[in-house]
Design a protein around this ligand. Structure first.
Ligand SMILES: Cc1cc2nc3c(=O)[nH]c(=O)nc-3n(C[C@H](O)[C@H](O)[C@H](O)COP(=O)(O)O)c2cc1C
Length: 311
């Protein structure tokens, strides 16, 4: 077998040369950074969130380091779908790097508008990752993905507006992971990304005030890995569509554990902040594991730790 093909995965309608995907919000659109020869080990890239209109993002602190993770409150800063299509899509679609366009679930009208414009260019777009952690403004402000009803509504709206591969990125704040995951699957998701950042906060004690303008912020990085692993285990046990593990993956053993818990691929962010070599290091570690255990392809790792898969 071609050694490269051992790591290839087709997940939720998109084929990646490796199972290591760079998560949304981490990778800029600079042309050099989308040159395949500068991306060893990278299976694919999720873009920063795209919204119907440009967003300038939140005021004040946007990022705050904690001992084993990062809090962020960027506020979905992006250039808006029109500029994305004019400026960024031509570059990234020609790069040959598999990618997903991360779309923030805003109001129904806004997300239908965004997905309609993406659909007009669907030949250039391998897939969409729908972020349902955003607040449902007309539904009282609670995040769409908190409840099965909200998740079902969001995914149904997106499914009607976008016919290509549709990944749905869950929020770890959901009250009942099984019910939310099953609702997203039943409403047409092709894969589930588990999960987005965990709500946390920081206080500037000298000023006796919350650090972030919006008080709460999203925690990512090694601190969340065991929490994300548990969610992947839970969700992968109750849906038939593929799961992509995301949250705190830093070393090869983390990626392997996510796969063994039932994920078909992983997304990484914090690991990239620590080292641009992270995707290659993770892939080397996965290949080494396959060799040591006499396994042919990375697909054989998925669900390996589950007794339901062993039977
Ligand atoms: C600075 C920053 C910006 C992010 N922006 C987005 C975003 O626009 N859309 C999204 O779905 N997730 C976004 N995320 C969440 C990441 O995609 C990912 O879910 C999270 O960082 C957990 O993975 P990690 O622990 O490997 O970093 C962002 C994370 C960070 C740190």
């Amino acid at each position: 077998m071609n050694p490269g093909a051992r790591l290839e995965r087709t997940v939720g309608g998109v084929t990646f040369p490796t199972p290591v995907i760079i998560c949304s919000g981490v990778w800029p659109f600079e042309p050099d950074l989308w040159d395949r020869k500068n991306l060893p080990g990278v299976g694919g890239i999720c873009t920063k969130a795209v919204t119907a209109r440009p967003r300038t993002g939140n005021e004040g602190h946007r990022v705050w380091e904690t001992p084993c993770g990062v809090l962020n409150s960027i506020g979905l800063q992006n250039c808006g779908v029109d500029a994305f299509l004019d400026t960024h899509l031509p570059l990234i679609s020609k790069s040959g790097v598999p990618f997903l366009v991360n779309v923030a679930m805003e109001t129904e009208e806004e997300v239908v508008h965004t997905l309609g414009l993406l659909s007009n260019r669907k030949e250039e777009i391998p897939g969409v990752e729908l972020n349902i952690s955003c607040p449902n403004v007309s539904g009282g402000g609670m995040s769409w993905g908190m409840t099965p009803e909200g998740a079902s509504q969001a995914v149904s709206i997106a499914r009607r507006a976008w016919k290509g591969p549709l990944w749905v990125k869950l929020t770890p704040q959901m009250r009942d992971p099984h019910e939310v995951a099953k609702a997203a699957e039943a409403s047409g998701a092709d894969a589930l990304v588990v999960a987005n950042t965990w709500l946390g906060m920081a206080i500037d004690v000298e000023r006796a005030t919350p650090v972030f303008q919006r008080t709460f912020a999203g925690l990512s990085g090694p601190a969340v890995f065991p929490l994300a692993l548990r969610l992947v285990w839970d969700v992968a046990g109750c849906v038939r569509i593929p799961v992509i593990g995301c949250g705190g993956i830093t070393v090869p053993e983390d990626a392997i554990a996510m796969l063994q818990a039932g994920a078909q691929a992983v997304e990484i962010g914090a690991a990239i902040f620590r080292s641009l070599d992270a995707p290659e290091t993770l892939c080397r570690g996965i290949t080494d594991y396959l060799d040591r255990h006499g396994l042919d392809t990375v697909g054989s790792l998925s669900g390996m730790a589950r007794s339901d898969a062993r039977r």
